[in-house]
Ligand binder design. Structure first.
Ligand code: 5GP
Ligand code: MG
Length: 178
């Protein structure tokens, strides 16, 4: 199916299932090579990342642990206007090589606020892997270390990404038709 609707909007096929699978495998090769001697602690940021996380995790080799966090933001409590705290991080991050995984980096706001929080737990290193990256939408100084696909600044659904709660179960990624 190359055209679908989710709620009131039309979407067209953008990145098919096979291309995603192939790219995830390539990212896995790269990550396995980079972390050959020290398998990372993978931390996924919920919700959208769960499909990518499941696929990426299974191509990683060695003693790799995975944990998920949910970010909760409190607005207006500091001069920066935003504090993000992580809920559900059960692993001890101290001294670990952390690989943060995201479904998509858009403005970069989420990670911009979460990274300082994560650093407080003294990880040895932090790298970022994202399936999708919208460079034109980026508003914060952030550089993902592993990128599945750089995409234009248009709304997408599928493969874990939702539009108002729906569309996460689509196996391919679809782009909004405007
Ligand atoms: P940020 O702007 O902080 O980088 O991204 C915040 C969140 O916005 C992402 O984790 C994702 O949940 C959501 N988001 C950004 N762009 C899209 C998109 O094109 N489609 C969907 N479904 N969610 C998006
Ligand atoms: Mg997300």
């Amino acid at each position: 199916m190359s055209r679908i609707s989710v709620h009131d909007k039309e979407f067209e096929l953008f990145i098919d299932e096979g291309s995603i699978r192939q790219r995830v495998a390539e990212l896995g090769v790269q990550i396995n090579r980079d972390y050959k001697d020290n398998p990372p602690l993978v931390i996924g940021i919920m919700n959208g990342v769960f499909v990518f996380a499941a696929d990426l995790y299974r191509v990683l080799e060695g003693d790799v642990k995975i944990s998920f966090v949910r970010l909760k933001s409190y607005e207006g409590m500091t001069s920066s206007g935003n504090v993000v705290s992580a809920i559900g991080l059960e692993e001890d991050v101290s001294g670990r090589d952390v690989l943060l995984i995201e479904d998509i980096i858009d403005t970069g706001r989420t990670l911009h606020h979460f990274l300082p929080e994560l650093r407080k737990s003294n990880p040895k290193s932090i790298k970022i892997a994202t399936l999708l990256f919208k460079p034109e939408a980026l508003k914060f100084d952030l550089k993902p270390d592993y990128i599945g696909f750089e995409i234009e600044n248009k709304f997408v659904v599928g493969y874990g990404l939702d539009y108002d709660g729906l569309g996460r179960n689509l196996s391919s990624i679809y782009q909004l038709v405007v």
